[in-house]
Design a binder for this molecule. Sequence first.
Ligand code: DQA
Length: 151
Amino acid sequence: MPTVIVMNGPNLNLLGTREPTHYGSSTLDDVEKLCRAVGDDLALDIDFLQSNHEGVLIDRIHAAGADWRSGSLLGAVFNPGAYAHTSIALRDAIKGAELPVIEMHVSNVHRREAFRHHSYISSVATGVIVGLGVKGYELAIRSLADQGEQP
Ligand code: DQA
């Protein structure tokens, strides 16, 4: 079965309790269940992870690039959290691994503080979803299933 990786960066383990006016009340477990339900609907395996560590995310992106080239992976949905605004290393990892990534933010970062308006990830992403709440994860998975780029 083809796989989609859903990767979440720092502080997303706090979804549901953290700043609910920005992020809503769904927990990361709820997001995982939602993603797995979409995977079942589309006959996709969902590889779901969250890490607060940049290096862990970079290693996963490198491995995912190899999986994408072997044809077993459609791509990744990636909510980089605040690393979107700071991490050239994550940007370089995606570019270097040639991994198709849909960048995803639960909140509309463009309606928030100016430091959230720039993302290092967007210029290497296939697409970007912002501000649609956790529903964005579903849309991102469906989009990878529809348009999965071929190596
Ligand atoms: C976020 C937006 C980021 O600016 C923030 O640092 C996060 C969550 C989002 O999903 O809206 O941690 O990526």
